[in-house]
Design a binder for this molecule. Structure first.
Ligand SMILES: *[C@@H]1O[C@H](CO)[C@@H](O)[C@H](O)[C@H]1NC(C)=O
Ligand SMILES: *[C@@H]1O[C@H](CO)[C@@H](O)[C@H](O)[C@H]1NC(C)=O
Ligand SMILES: *[C@@H]1O[C@H](CO)[C@@H](O)[C@H](O)[C@H]1NC(C)=O
Ligand SMILES: *[C@@H]1O[C@H](CO)[C@@H](O)[C@H](O)[C@H]1NC(C)=O
Ligand SMILES: *[C@@H]1O[C@H](CO)[C@@H](O)[C@H](O)[C@H]1NC(C)=O
Ligand SMILES: *[C@@H]1O[C@H](CO)[C@@H](O)[C@H](O)[C@H]1NC(C)=O
Ligand SMILES: *[C@@H]1O[C@H](CO)[C@@H](O)[C@H](O)[C@H]1NC(C)=O
Ligand SMILES: *[C@@H]1O[C@H](CO)[C@@H](O)[C@H](O)[C@H]1NC(C)=O
Ligand SMILES: *[C@@H]1O[C@H](CO)[C@@H](O)[C@H](O)[C@H]1NC(C)=O
Length: 718
């Protein structure tokens, strides 16, 4: 997941047990495959019987029914079945089958954050329209009793709503939380969120304005979603943070589209996957077809080429800081105070507790293993009642399980430290950490205290989080991903009362609101922003909404981010500005199909023979091309903008240059006479040749004096 790496490590232990329960009695030689057949045919057609027929032909009648896991039949044509390798190959060779790929488990990757991005409580709103907007949240379920989802002041669901509330026992929907479906199996099926992730994302996108929310007094303020008057429908595809089954995710898309949601937010994914075996790309393609924008987390891997949200019809969101940062001070008995990062909600009872370095807390490990507080090294007798000092980011996990009173760890990231911790913790920069180690070695009896966190203003924000997955796009090389960045560090939002805020068994607390970090948290911010734009422009296509948000984004300062646009895409989301973008780069289903055919993917529909072009020809709000290293190059980006501003307006192009490339725009002036009018132009980028592994960026801005329509331009080599 996402949330933070530490939490994920704790969960990994629990998951092993869950998996064997689910599949212990099944045929082990067979795996679940998704058989994708494209759109539903027009007219009379029974998808499920067709699916069973296909299985009958390959498996025989008696085995077919048992093999079928899911039949998708509301929004697209596909099924999931338990098949051997040979059986799946026979099915793949059928002419009506477009692709077959294995199902697998994907990971799930206050709120000052809305004020920070300019969508304040007093920002202009369209409340009547907003209350007709439905956000579909594909996640771990939801905590229905949270104040964030109370329906006080809400009328009945919008008329267009075709969904249901089947959330299982002891789960009730209301006029705010209007729908719930569960796809996970085993034990008690309930849409209730047992891990907090789904409640957090849903409330960030569309939670009510809840006064005086905080996490043990931290981040105190009004917790609210981007569109507090909108409705929520929860689609539960995972019980835990890394068992979101692909066949369940597809089922959620199949239903959400047919139920009539307006925006889908999905903070789930795992590793870049070719489009024809990427369930989220497939589901969101059909959503886009029905006018629904799908917003997806970019991923929490943090390294280059790791962004897993790659399809151009997805809105792919990086995570960055807001201007609030949590520090947790460490007082040493020698009078020194060190400022560390952490979301530490604990207050130690007293001051001056013994400090013990991991190296000295082990009786049977090498110094190297012991220094970082390897769990198998720690000797409970040497740790209990003491503050453990560890050469690792996540030493607090072992500290808590071995009975320590607190943990001081080293953390080299500027704006993030330990969070979701089950005991008092602080994360110190390497320099400050060394001060603690020197103190310990200078005295027999080193004492110290970890103070509860306080929030301070962070003037460096927004900076992209170290964990936010970077481009380039490893599947569609000529499409820039992520698209944009949004707040994803230390976000306060609703949580589940069925788990502790740290999700550690040691932690006996429960919290209605919790602070989490991840692209899981930035994704629903962008979904809320997209819904907000939609309330003012109900007829805009998903591509137009995405374009409005991208071209009005705040420019990020690339001097502070070595990965530049590969880290933050078009920049930082600015919802209010996106209401009036001036021009939009729109794209229709046909444009996307043409692009897919250009990159030789014909699985969404058969491609025409006379296709020519490349992915960079797609009318995308950013421009990116992969070029060969050391060769001079000339790349053309044909684009069409639609005037969504005043009727008679003239836009001049301006290029924010980069000395290593030449950018020209033809024509350089666009004059519009009517609203809705389209004009085309071509951006030509040329250069003398770039070395390998190089990325160079510039931007194009169309300006009429009022609107500045900005697009990043990126060329790079492998
Ligand atoms: C329903 O679930 C809530 C939350 O887990 C619990 O507190 C309550 O006791 C449950 N009610 C029933 C009737 O099971
Ligand atoms: C399902 O929930 C009920 C009531 O909470 C409980 O008695 C029962 O043991 C649960 N069953 C399973 C399989 O967890
Ligand atoms: C990122 O992905 C790469 C490639 O799959 C993997 O080797 C690496 O461990 C991942 N890093 C993190 C922090 O998940
Ligand atoms: C705090 O420490 C004092 C002195 O050791 C003790 O009497 C008191 O019970 C402790 N309080 C809590 C809440 O643990
Ligand atoms: C160290 O000792 C502990 C407790 O005796 C034991 O559980 C652990 O496995 C040992 N670790 C190693 C690396 O030998
Ligand atoms: C970008 O950041 C650098 C270093 O912090 C600073 O010197 C520069 O002025 C910033 N540029 C802009 C445009 O803010
Ligand atoms: C697509 O396939 C055609 C024919 O096989 C080939 O000429 C072309 O280079 C391929 N294009 C890409 C982008 O792979
Ligand atoms: C590109 O040029 C550099 C410097 O001349 C050279 O070291 C490198 O091998 C060349 N790379 C390729 C792919 O030709
Ligand atoms: C736009 O300009 C044209 C030509 O000057 C004029 O006829 C038309 O009325 C103007 N439209 C608006 C909405 O101002």
């Amino acid at each position: 997941m996402s949330i933070s790496i530490p939490l994920y490590q704790i969960l990994a232990v629990l998951l092993v047990a869950t998996l064997s329960v689910c599949y212990g009695d099944r045929d082990k030689a067979k795996d679940v495959y998704i058989v994708y057949m494209g759109s539903l045919p027009e007219g009379e057609y029974s998808p499920t019987s067709h699916h069973l027929n296909i299985l009958n032909e390959v498996l025989g009648e008696s085995a077919a029914t048992n093999a079928l896991v899911r039949s998708y039949s509301r929004s697209f044509n596909a099924f999931a079945a338990r098949l051997s390798d040979e059986e799946q190959q026979r099915i793949a060779s059928k002419k009506e089958v477009l692709s077959v790929f294995p199902s697998r488990k994907l990971q799930l990757q206050t709120t000052r954050s809305w004020d920070f991005m300019g969508l304040t409580e007093t920002a202009k709103r369209n409340p009547n329209v907003e209350s007709n907007v439905i956000i579909g949240v594909i996640d771990t379920g939801i905590w229905p009793e949270s104040e964030s989802f109370s329906d006080e002041g809400f009328g009945p669901p919008p008329k267009k709503w075709k969904g249901v509330c089947i959330g299982g026992n002891n789960f009730t929907c209301n006029n705010k939380l209007i729908g719930a479906r569960v796809y996970t199996s085993g034990g008690n099926t309930t849409a209730r969120d047992k891990v907090g992730h789904g409640s957090h994302t849903a409330s960030t996108a569309a939670g009510n304005n809840v006064l005086d929310a905080s996490f043990y007094g931290l981040a105190k303020g009004n917790a609210r979603g981007g569109v507090p008057s909108a409705r929520i429908a929860a689609y539960k595809v995972a019980e835990h943070l890394d068992n979101a089954e692909v066949y369940n995710i597809l089922a959620a898309f199949d239903d959400a589209i047919a139920d009539g949601v307006d925006i889908i937010t999905i903070s789930i994914g795992m590793g870049p996957t070719p489009l024809d075996s990427d369930s989220i790309a497939i589901g969101s393609f059909h959503a886009m077809w029905e006018g629904i924008l799908t917003v997806q987390a970019a991923g929490n891997n943090g390294s280059r080429s790791s962004v897993f949200s790659v399809a151009p019809w997805l809105f792919s969101i990086a995570a960055s800081s807001i201007d609030r940062k949590f520090i947790s001070k460490v007082d040493l008995a020698n009078g020194k105070t060190l400022v560390g990062n952490a979301v530490n909600s604990f207050t130690l009872n007293g001051t001056n507790f013994p400090l013990v370095y991991g190296k000295a807390a082990s009786s049977n490990c090498s110094d190297d293993d012991a220094r970082s507080c390897d769990e198998s090294c720690l000797d409970r007798n040497l740790v209990e009642g003491k503050i453990l000092v560890c050469d690792s980011e996540t030493g607090w996990i072992a500290a808590s399980s071995s009975g320590a009173l607190g943990a001081i760890t080293t953390f080299s990231h500027e704006n993030v430290g330990p969070s979701g911790v089950p005991l008092p913790s602080s994360g110190l920069t390497p320099e400050n950490y060394d001060v603690v180690k020197s103190f310990i070695s200078s005295t027999e009896n080193a004492l110290g205290t970890i103070l509860k966190s306080e929030a301070i203003v962070d003037t460096t924000a927004p900076l992209v989080a170290h964990f936010s997955s970077r481009g380039p796009n490893s599947i569609v090389a000529d499409i820039l991903k992520p698209d944009i960045t949004a707040p994803g560090i230390n976000i306060l939002a609703a949580f589940s009362l069925d788990t502790s805020p740290s999700q550690s068994n040691v932690d006996k607390r429960s919290a209605k609101y919790n602070i989490l970090s991840g692209t899981s948290m930035s994704c629903p911010h962008a979904a809320g922003a997209a819904a907000y734009v939609k309330t003012f422009h109900p007829n805009w296509s998903p591509s137009a909404i995405k374009s409005a948000l991208m071209t009005t984004a705040w420019p990020m300062n690339a001097t502070n981010e070595v990965d530049g646009e590969f880290a933050f895409g078009a920049g930082h989301i600015n919802p209010v500005k996106a209401l009036e973008p001036g021009l939009v780069y729109d794209a229709s289903i046909d444009d996307y199909i043409k692009m897919l055919c250009n990159i030789n993917i014909s699985f969404f529909s058969r491609c025409p023979k006379d296709i020519s072009g490349s992915a960079k020809d797609l009318n995308y709000p950013s421009m990116q091309a992969l070029i060969e290293s050391n060769n001079s190059f000339t790349v053309k980006f044909p684009r069409i903008v639609t005037n969504v501003g005043l009727a008679n307006s003239t836009y001049e192009s301006k290029v924010i240059k980069n000395s290593q490339i030449k950018v020209s725009v033809e024509p350089s002036t666009l004059s519009f006479e009517t609203s809705g009018e389209k004009k085309s132009f071509i951006v030509t980028v040329s250069g003398k040749g770039l070395p390998a592994s190089k990325m160079v960026s510039a931007s194009l801005v169309w300006s009429d004096g009022t609107h500045n329509v900005r697009s990043p331009i990126v060329v790079y080599t492998n």
